[in-house]
Structures are given as C-alpha cells and as structure tokens.
Design a protein around this ligand. Structure first.
Ligand SMILES: NC(=O)c1ccc[n+]([C@@H]2O[C@H](COP(=O)([O-])OP(=O)(O)OC[C@H]3O[C@@H](n4cnc5c(N)ncnc54)[C@H](OP(=O)(O)O)[C@@H]3O)[C@@H](O)[C@H]2O)c1
Length: 246
C-alpha cells in the first residue's frame, strides 16, 4: 500500500452501473471512503446500502457547477480527496453523416469535458493529499476505441483519444508533485454500455457467443491495482481486453 494510516477518499463517477459501480464497491471493500456519483439516485442508494463507506451524490456531471459540487460534497463528507476515478461516459455508433452537432456535443460533454472539469476542480485537493500522504491518483476509463479508431464510431473514438491526451498531459505536468495518472483501455465489458443502441447490443451478443467479454469487476481490479501501487511506482496505462477479443 502507498499510504500512512489515513483512510484514503475516492470519488468515483459513473457509479450507478457497470465499471464505475464495480470500482466503487472494490475501493470501499479495500478500505477507501467513496463518493459515488451518477444521475440515477435509486441505483446509487442501492450501492450505499451495501457499504457504509460509500456516500451517494446524484449529479449530472455535464451541468454547470457540477464539478465544484462534487468536490465540495466530498470535502464535507470526508475532508480530503486522494483518488478520482472518471468512469462516467457512454458510447454511440452511427454513420458519421447522420450524427448531428448536438450529439457530438452531448458525447463530448460527458466523455471529455466532464473529465476535464472534475479533474481540474479536484487537483488542488489531490495535490494536498499527495503532500500529506505521498501520492494521489486519477484513473480515467478510456477504451480500446481510444487506441484504435473504428469506423462508425468517429465521435466515440475521438472522445476516448481525447481522454488519453488529457491524461498524458496531466501526468507530465504533475509527476513531480506526486499525482499519478492512469488511463485504462477496456475492451468489451458487459455493462449497460450501449443498451439503447441496437448496433452495440448486437456486437455484445456476438462477443458473448464467442466468450469474448470481460466483467466490470475485472476493470475494477485494474483501477485498484493502479491506485494501490507503492508511492514511487506509477501505472500510467493499462489495456484490459477479454482474452478472446482480437
Ligand atoms: N462496457 C464496455 O465495453 C466499455 C469498453 C470500453 C470503455 N468503456 C467505458 O467505460 C466507462 C463506463 O461505462 P460502462 O461500460 O460501465 O457503462 P454503463 O454501465 O452504461 O455506465 C455508465 C455510467 O456513466 C454514468 N453517466 C452517464 N452520463 C452521465 C452524466 N451526464 N452524469 C453523471 N453520470 C453519467 C451512468 O450513470 P447514470 O445514467 O445514472 O447517470 C453510468 O453510471 C465509460 O466511459 C465507457 O466509455 C466501456
């Protein structure tokens, strides 16, 4: 473990389902205090029932002031921010000529801008925790689509490439002040991802028949791995595919 006896506090976005939910649970089980953020309050409530270490903050991260609200809530609840996990996001797949400007804006608002805004708002407090506790962590969920762009997913792929750029720039900017930045690139993980989109649902169905899907807990373990390295070691990028996904 990286830390002294202080209980570390994590903010986890996208905590109502899938990777974020599994990560909130894994961090709480590992002894972190967790602030769980997403829009669906009922889903967050069921998470807090399972763990006293998790508090819920129902919030649309694309609204004005959301990042400041998330930080203030966390400081009021636990007094510090040691780890930020940016997992909120969604996928879209459509012929590019049919994607209107509003859809580009909606996708970038959560997949990119919310990551930038919340990380920026958390940074002063992450710096304070790093001074106090040797290290602090930001872990962001990109995608294998952020490493290799796919046809029909220009908006989604480019949003996940953007996240990679943000994280690498921040890593270099804050390395000397002991904040670690880890970008995780998952392949196919069975979650609510793409539940409203026939193309994505069909793709997951095919992957399932091939035994080529991972579980949210697999990604949560990767997040925990990155955030619990000794203070001198930084896992800056990690790709996690189902074994059978090519
Ligand atoms: N599943 C995969 O195969 C896969 C692969 C690669 C990367 N990823 C990435 O992994 C991350 C997590 O996705 P997932 O697979 O776990 O899908 P998911 O089950 O659909 O989870 C997405 C989460 O994001 C939250 N969210 C969406 N918009 C939000 C907003 N405006 N404000 C606050 N929260 C918001 C959702 O909660 P509410 O609806 O309650 O707000 C939900 O908790 C995403 O960034 C996704 O791009 C997933």
């Amino acid at each position: 473990m990286t830390t002294n006896t202080t209980t570390r506090t994590a903010i986890v976005t996208g905590a109502s389902s899938g990777i974020g939910r599994a990560t909130a649970t894994a961090l709480a089980t590992a002894g972190f205090n967790v602030v769980a953020i997403a829009r669906r309050a009922d889903q967050l409530d069921s998470l807090t029932i399972d763990s006293a270490a998790i508090t819920a903050l129902p919030l649309d991260l694309t609204t004005d002031g959301a990042a400041a609200q998330a930080v203030q809530h966390t400081l009021a609840a636990f007094g510090r921010i040691d780890v930020l996990v940016n997992a909120a996001g969604y996928g879209a797949n459509a012929p590019s000529e049919s994607v209107p400007p509003a859809e580009w804006d909606r996708l970038f608002a959560i997949n990119v801008n919310a990551v930038a805004h919340l990380t920026s708002a958390a940074l002063p407090h992450l710096l304070a925790s790093a001074r106090d506790n040797q290290v602090a962590d930001v872990v962001t969920i990109s995608s294998t689509a952020g490493l290799s762009a796919e046809p029909g997913a220009a908006a989604y792929s480019s949003s996940k490439f953007a996240v990679r750029g943000l994280m690498e720039a921040w890593r270099k900017e804050y390395a000397s002040r002991d904040i670690r930045f880890c970008t995780i690139y998952p392949g196919a993980v069975v979650t609510e991802f793409g539940k409203d989109q026939q193309f994505i649902r069909d793709w997951y169905a095919t992957m399932k028949t091939q035994g080529a899907v991972a579980h949210p807990d697999d990604v949560a373990r990767a997040v925990l791995f990155a955030a619990t390295q000794p203070a001198h070691a930084s896992v800056s990028e990690l790709t996690l595919r189902p074994t059978r996904q090519i």
